[in-house]
Write a protein that binds this ligand. Structure first.
Ligand SMILES: [Mg+2]
Length: 270
């Protein structure tokens, strides 16, 4: 049932930007919360979108959304969405990880902590009260639901994410894929700050060598954290990254995978 044979190699996915296209959900939560925690963004609350209006809102705020989206590759945890909202508001120029990190230092830490707390509270409220609409905002990338069962024939599967496990499990269940992973193999933000820590923990749980593992993430900084372990690293070309991050990955010998290549990864392994 789990498809996990002991001798199979291991394929580990980051979640957002690899399996799940969740940016619009994060954008909605950010608009609803940033103005509540940050007085400088309070004026945005009047026009904040709702679950029912978020698609139209994105269309009418294209410029804002696209600027937000361009900074997302530099964020990691949910409080970074507050940092990004601030950066867009201030028209801050952010084109590198160093620029993002130094801008983040200008955003009050207490505001970030409050945002983090409210972000999860609101996510769980929406997930409970508006289940269908919330699930739709967190869809699997096209083809992922078909690719995963095929990949499970060749690989044992894991997740290494900075998201919360409850949400990941709920979404995998709704896509009919959870049984191919299992709860023990979904490592979330509590498993450590770096993907290197996640992969080390997963290696122990799977009882395998790093050389038997493949890891797909959409964030080049996460992949670089894992360099030198011996894990085969791949960047998802369909995730939250751009030409700059793909070029950086290539400089380090990390291949960018296209979505249409995902399902065939198992065959390439054989
Ligand atoms: Mg990601």
């Amino acid at each position: 049932m789990t498809g996990n044979g002991k001798n199979k190699p291991v394929l580990t996915f980051d979640f957002d930007g690899v399996l799940c296209d969740s940016l619009l959900e994060a954008y909605l939560l950010t608009w609803k919360l940033a103005g509540r925690v940050d007085p400088e963004l309070a004026h945005q609350l009047d026009e904040a979108p709702t679950l029912d209006t978020i698609h139209a809102f994105r269309e009418s705020h294209r410029g804002h959304y696209e600027t937000f989206e361009r900074i997302v590759p530099f964020g990691n945890r949910c409080e970074d969405f507050l940092v990004i909202q601030q950066a867009v508001q201030q028209a801050a120029v952010i084109g590198s990880q160093a620029e993002f990190d130094s801008f983040k230092l200008t955003v009050d830490k207490q505001l970030q902590d409050s945002f983090h707390e409210l972000f999860y509270k609101l996510r769980y409220e929406l997930a409970a009260s508006r289940r269908e609409q919330w699930l739709e905002l967190n869809s699997a990338y096209p083809g992922v639901r078909r690719a995963i069962p095929r990949l499970a024939q060749t690989f044992r599967l894991g997740v290494a994410t900075s998201k919360d496990r409850e949400t990941v499990v709920a979404l995998l269940r709704s896509w009919g894929l959870f049984e191919l992973f299992g709860e023990r193999l979904v490592l979330d933000k509590r498993a450590g700050a770096s993907k290197r820590a996640h992969l080390s923990a997963l290696r122990q749980r799977f009882g395998c060598r790093f050389e038997e593992m493949t890891f797909i993430d959409d964030k080049v900084s996460h992949l670089l954290e894992c360099a030198g372990l011996g894990v085969r690293l791949l960047m998802s070309g369909w995730g939250y990254n751009g030409p700059r991050q793909r070029a950086q990955a290539a400089e380090h010998g990390i291949k960018t995978l296209e979505l249409k290549e995902l399902a065939a990864l198992g065959s390439a392994q054989n």
